[in-house]
Design a protein around this ligand. Sequence first.
Ligand code: NAD
Ligand code: IPM
Ligand code: MN
Length: 361
Amino acid sequence: AQNYRITLLPGDGIGPEIMAVAVDVLKVVGKQLDLSFEFTEALLGGAAIDATSSPLPDETLLTCRNSDAVLLAAIGGYKWDNLPRHQRPETGLLGLRAGLGLFANLRPAKILPQLVDASSLKREVVEGVDMMVVRELTGGIYFGQPKGVFETETGEKRGVNTMAYTEAEIDRIGRVAFETAQKRGGKLCSVDKANVLEVSQLWRDRITLLSKEYPGVELSHLYVDAAAMELVRRPKQFDTIVTGNLFGDILSDAAAMLTGSIGMLPSASLGASGPGLFEPVHGSAPDIAGQDKANPLAQVLSAAMMLRYGLNQPTAADKIEQAVLQVLDKGDRTGDIMSEGMNLLGCRAMGDSLIQALEES
Ligand code: NAD
Ligand code: IPM
Ligand code: MN
């Protein structure tokens, strides 16, 4: 059997609950397709802070580097919100992305026919939505220097972050985006704030230049404020979106809600080489943690993305995605995607239903 070393980072909040479901699903699919997974659990985020006082222990980064792919659930929670920044769970996640060189974050937002009525928008607006947000992940205002809280001459504090992109950083995410668009609907919309920000003007210029190498892709540009509006006004116009780190963070949450719930959306983070990181778009949902209420489907679909983009096992990925559709067809729903007449299930029961669907397939 083909053997894969997978690092699991269950993290905090609902993380361990949804991770358990994804691991069970992977085991079943592995058995069916003769793939063997060697899982190693490592600490990230609040769980790591509690055990080691660091949100990203060296050992975790090492374990991740030595694996074929990394599956992450989510990190963060109230308990760690007031720690100094370098000790926060989120800093651990950013360090992991940077440490693995994962500059390209793919966030698909596709409405499933079964969930059209779970969207807060009208059926005719969201039916058929199928887009991919390509978010730059290791640059921009998340990482630019200088950053920090500094004291001014008057003794007042001043918080600083810097939005910066080099040409090389723009080009490499641009290439991923054009290639993604080429394989999808052939349309790429680049989102920036070039009417105000120099960094965005450079972004727009480079993306425009790059488009000459991809004559098959139709390129358009939107300012980020207009893009936010268009996402909820006429989301079907979008095929592939490429944007910087912060804009991509915000727009992908908005895109997620078109599909009914953020609890449905997976993501893949990829670098030039080395293992990819696969994680839901949502966070650790501390408000429902430990109550068996979380929707595990974004986590399960992230495992499918891991098989497709990280391990080149598209058949296994298809099988998992089919199982998700099957349980939704049966009417199984967690609270976040619940609608009238459907069966309300907890996280664990949703997992059991998925396993059953897989075993019947
Ligand atoms: P969140 O995504 O955790 O939660 C937002 C809302 O969506 C909550 O009402 C939550 O209950 C709901 N939700 C999220 N995932 C769900 C699921 N699978 N099933 C059902 N409902 C779900 O965002 P937040 O509340 O802004 O952040 C909470 C913590 O998570 C913070 O510490 C934040 O920094 C962290 N966070 C981590 C990641 C990550 O690990 N990649 C991403 C986003 C936020
Ligand atoms: C996400 C999250 C993270 C981000 C946080 C938790 C660091 O919101 O993955 O979307 O801002 O990238
Ligand atoms: Mn986010």
